[in-house]
Design a protein. Structure first.
Length: 136
């Protein structure tokens, strides 16, 4: 894992320099595409990532921004349909003053939250939990 993080840090430095030049030329940068290029060892829904959200915020609270960014990016790749990683990145970029990225990731978190609510997943989950209670 340490090897992967070192590899990621090198890629991050390289991509940050290319992102700054590319973002001035494009209107809507595809940050997700860049994250996928930076972190190629995470595949969707294949990781034990239950604690990554909390770990990311713990790192953010301790002002370990590079580590927090990595954790939230890993979460975005591992759980692409969950708003948690996107919201974490939005909070990180807001804290660092990167308004463009903060807005992008907040909008993505909002979009995913709306999808979640519109698909009526809450009532499905409630029904599942109610059934479990009734079986007890």
């Amino acid at each position: 894992m340490k090897k992967m993080k070192k590899k990621w840090k090198k890629r991050l430095k390289k991509s940050q320099s290319s992102q700054s030049s590319q973002s001035s030329r494009t209107q809507s940068p595809n940050y997700i595409k860049w994250i996928k290029k930076e972190i190629d060892y995470i595949k969707p829904y294949e990781n034990e990532d239950l604690e990554w959200y909390n770990e990311g915020y713990d790192l953010l609270d301790r002002n370990l921004l590079t580590e927090a960014e990595l954790k939230f990016k890993e979460l975005v790749l591992s759980q692409p349909k969950s708003q948690d990683g996107y919201e974490g990145l939005a909070n990180l970029y807001e804290k660092t003053g990167d308004k463009e990225k903060a807005i992008y990731f907040l909008n993505k978190a909002i979009e995913l939250s709306k999808e979640f609510l519109s698909e009526d997943r809450i009532s499905e989950r409630y029904d599942d939990l109610s059934k479990r209670i009734n079986k007890m």
